[in-house]
Design a protein around this ligand. Structure first.
Ligand code: GLC
Length: 420
């Protein structure tokens, strides 16, 4: 190669470097965004918006894990191996305590310019401000809020002249009346989650909490109240209100069966409303009501707090960019978009009364006080263990593999260390 050719080759190389398409120079953020119940389709749309306003950033969305505990297992494997391939993670409200204690998620104070975590988080609903701040560190920012509600068939309740029940006993009575009247052997009175999934932890706790009891680190399980709670659910099966194989029912089964018109009352989370109203398969559009969950006789109505948060992996190589995306995903605009398009509950109190949001979610007036007063599953860095024991034992009791008394003893014994 003579000098001239060498120069031309070098010049061409320089030109081609300058002409590197922007895509090659991008920061690529890899995001674990959960499964269908976290509405990854809507998340992707928000990521598209973010990419448009941040030309240097590309976002790869990874989805997976139909249920919360499957996602926890997956993330525990990836993060336990200090794998740097994920930058941003969606987390169920029960997980930040464990993930932060394990050193898997990055405190965000420095990236967000937070001086006082409590003051910074005061714009969000209190449950999230609490769950996402640990030792004065903001460890995640809320995406959407959640709680369990009682969905009911407005048309059927109207037909039989009954109001939404306020106690579980009432619910059984009303259900029996409607089931007998409809003469449809496939019509279930109540669908709830008895499969050994994360939601079954709430199934166990709902009637227990309703008796004024709590179960947290340092607060012992009240065995009598826990047995009463399991007996209440089993009574629903005995009366033919809930189906016999309730121990196999997952969140999505309840949604599908209610949507198909096979259920009078359903316990489910916020995302279900949108499916009931807009899913092509829904036969109950326009006929759905939402109420607070009923209480135990003589007890208080209570529900289980849920919700999802965005966090930055402690092993990410793009933490600053990742934190910016997390901040965007936790903004009031995104919250409004998710509630209008997916009925995912807002994490900002004022979004509940936004006219555009209320138009598609007329039940949000009721939802806000329910979310604000919802109770937390045990908050502990050993939550994975707590969840495993409570959900598998609860499901075994509902499958009648084990008596309620033995189930409650088992939960109490096996978790005595974790809950101390
Ligand atoms: C919902 C809730 C979440 C809960 C899960 C259980 O996604 O938001 O907190 O753990 O359901 O199935």
């Amino acid at each position: 190669m003579n000098t001239c050719t060498r120069f031309l080759t070098l010049a061409a190389a320089v030109v081609s470097l300058a002409a590197v398409p922007p895509a090659l120079a991008d920061t690529v953020l890899r995001v674990f965004a959960g499964g269908p119940q976290q509405r990854t389709d809507l998340t992707r749309k928000m990521f598209d918006e973010y990419e448009k306003s941040h030309p240097g950033v590309k976002i790869n969305l990874e989805s997976g894990g139909a249920t919360s505990e499957l996602q926890r297992q997956y993330l525990s494997t990836v993060l336990g191996a200090k794998d740097s391939s994920l930058d941003v993670l969606i987390l169920d409200i029960i997980n930040p305590a464990q993930y932060y204690a394990a050193g898997w998620i990055e405190p965000l104070n420095g990236y967000l310019g937070v001086k006082d975590a409590k003051a910074y988080m005061s714009k969000y609903l209190p449950a999230y401000a609490t769950a996402d701040v640990i030792d004065g560190k903001v460890v995640a920012l809320p995406d959407f809020a959640d709680a369990m509600f009682l969905y009911y068939r407005k048309d059927l309740l109207d037909k039989y002249g009954v109001r939404p029940p306020t106690t579980w006993n009432d619910l059984a009575t009303v259900s029996e009346k409607i089931q007998q009247g409809e003469k449809n052997p496939n019509l279930q009175g109540l669908s709830f989650q008895g499969a050994p999934i994360e939601g079954a932890v709430c199934t166990f706790l709902l009637p227990y909490w309703s008796q004024g009891k709590d179960y947290q680190k340092g607060v012992k399980l009240d065995k009598k109240a826990a047995v009463n709670g399991l007996d209440m659910w089993l009574g629903m099966v005995d009366k033919g209100v809930a189906k016999k194989n309730i121990a196999e029912v997952k969140t999505g089964d309840t949604v599908n069966e209610f949507m198909a018109g096979h259920v009078v009352f359903a316990i489910n989370w916020g995302f279900a409303w949108d499916l009931f109203q807009t899913d092509a398969k829904s036969k109950v559009k326009g006929n759905v009501g939402v109420a607070k969950l009923p209480a135990m006789q003589g007890g208080q109505p209570v529900t289980c707090i849920g919700g999802w948060q965005w966090s930055v992996s402690a092993f990410s190589k793009n933490k600053a960019e990742a934190a910016k995306l997390v901040q965007f995903m936790s903004s009031p605009d995104v919250s409004k978009y998710l509630s209008i398009n997916g009925s995912l509950l807002p994490v900002y109190a004022n979004v509940y009364s936004d006219p555009a949001v209320l138009k598609v979610n007329p039940w949000y007036g009721l939802a806000l006080p329910v979310v604000e007063s919802a109770k937390s599953r045990p908050v502990t860095e050993r939550y994975a263990e707590v969840s495993d024991v409570v959900r598998t034992q609860t499901s075994a009791a509902l499958a009648r593999v084990q008596k309620p008394e033995a189930t409650v003893d088992e939960i109490d014994n096996r978790l005595s260390r974790a809950m101390r």
